[in-house]
Ligand binder design. Structure first.
Ligand code: SF4
Length: 383
């Protein structure tokens, strides 16, 4: 793993170890690590307000109120009305605090001495500045109410995903399934340094090409996880694009809502396996396939154009499961079977021509409109 990806883990270890040390050392004073920075802030700026402590330390109001109340109950702090403004509350330490502050500083000094031992002072100084800047950035960013959709992949032109359309394909990040055969893991488990694409650049791209391109497509990992995608789709529709969404079918209510709002024009529902083997296939044992059935039923109503896609994999789909799947999908308008050797992850293998023919035969018995897509299966069928 790249160095910067470990940084937050290191910070977390440092934080938890520090907490453990302080809680142990402060136990005889009935104090905890959570109260310590607040007590020190009051001691070093007598008369300080709760708001200022919250602002300086990046705390929420509830945390400050709770901890100040504990310090008051323990006799370490008193709260007084300000002489200048009776509504304003000022915090002061008591004599009890002043008596123990040297002990507290000593506990803090000993911990610091221990964790910086054998590290050159120049390095410590540099790290302190760096850490201070990072903490400030984190504080500002955590307060932002940033509900904008984030994209992590943009395939500028695609001529095959939306049949007969010139499309541009965007991907969000994250998925609620854990399929072992997944080819999108880099978009599900994001590295810390994996940055989202600039949304303004994407919008400029779409605005410039609205008369040349037909469609905007959203591919897996699961786009329907992202409620914040809806305003973006509204914007895309206003530009005049068609919208195609690929989904794993686990958000039927949102799917229905976006269809009703006419935010999407085509749905590609990716079915992973027969209901009896669904949980194992998607890495969620005991998964209830009722929600997938609900998505299938929504599409079957015919309110929107759709297809059902199935990627066939030797290790996951035997004859019994194919039969069960075909029965489950009975009544759908169209099914597309796929199995490309070049998109298989390690330990998983695509169907060969004979297996593909057998699958086609099984599905055709129940679903008349069935097609095959895939580089290995070109003879007489769509590639
Ligand atoms: S549903 Fe698709 S994106 Fe999600 S884990 Fe499975 S294969 Fe990957």
């Amino acid at each position: 793993m790249a160095r910067q990806n470990d940084l937050l883990m290191d910070i977390s270890i440092l934080y938890r170890s520090t907490q453990k040390y302080y809680d142990k050392k402060l136990a005889n004073l009935s104090l905890t690590y959570a109260q310590l920075p607040i007590l020190i802030a009051i001691y070093e700026e007598e008369g300080i307000s709760m708001q200022k402590i919250a602002l300086d330390g990046g705390y929420d109001k509830g945390t400050i109120t709770k901890n100040v109340q504990k310090l008051v109950n323990l006799g370490y702090v008193i709260v007084q009305s300000s002489i200048k403004d009776k509504r304003a509350k000022e915090l002061y330490t008591t004599d009890k605090t002043k008596e123990v502050m040297n002990q507290i500083y000593s506990i803090r000094r000993n911990w610091w001495k221990h964790i910086i031992q054998s590290i050159p002072s120049k390095k410590i100084e540099e790290f302190s500045y760096l850490y201070e800047d990072m903490a400030e950035n984190a504080k500002v960013f955590a307060d932002k109410d940033d509900e904008q959709v984030q994209f992590f992949d943009h395939q500028k032109v695609d001529l095959s995903f939306y049949t007969d359309k010139v499309s541009t394909v965007l991907s969000t990040a994250g998925c609620n399934f854990r399929c072992k055969h997944c080819t999108k893991r880099n978009l599900i488990f994001l590295n810390e340094n994996r940055m989202e694409l600039n949304l303004e650049d994407i919008k400029n791209f779409l605005e410039k090409r609205k008369d040349i391109y037909d469609a905007v497509c959203l591919k897996e990992p699961e786009p329907l996880m992202h409620q914040e995608l809806a305003p973006f789709l509204r914007y895309v529709k206003k530009l005049g694009y068609l919208v195609k969404i690929q989904t794993n079918g686990s958000y039927p209510d949102r799917l229905k809502s976006w269809i009703d709002q006419k935010l999407i024009d085509f749905v590609s529902l990716d079915i992973k396996n027969a209901p009896s083997y669904y949980g194992e296939t998607i890495g969620i044992p005991n998964f209830n396939t009722d929600i997938i059935t609900k998505s299938i039923e929504i599409l079957k109503k015919g309110q929107i154009d759709y297809d059902i896609t199935i990627t066939l994999i030797k290790e996951l789909h035997d004859t019994n499961r194919l039969k069960e799947m075909a029965g489950w999908l009975k009544g759908v308008k169209q099914v597309t079977l796929m199995s490309n050797p070049s998109t298989m992850v390690e330990n998983y293998h695509a169907f060969d021509q004979n297996e593909m023919n057998e699958a086609l035969h099984i599905f055709k018995a129940v679903i008349p409109n069935i097609q095959i897509k895939g580089e290995a299966y070109v003879s007489g069928r769509e590639a």
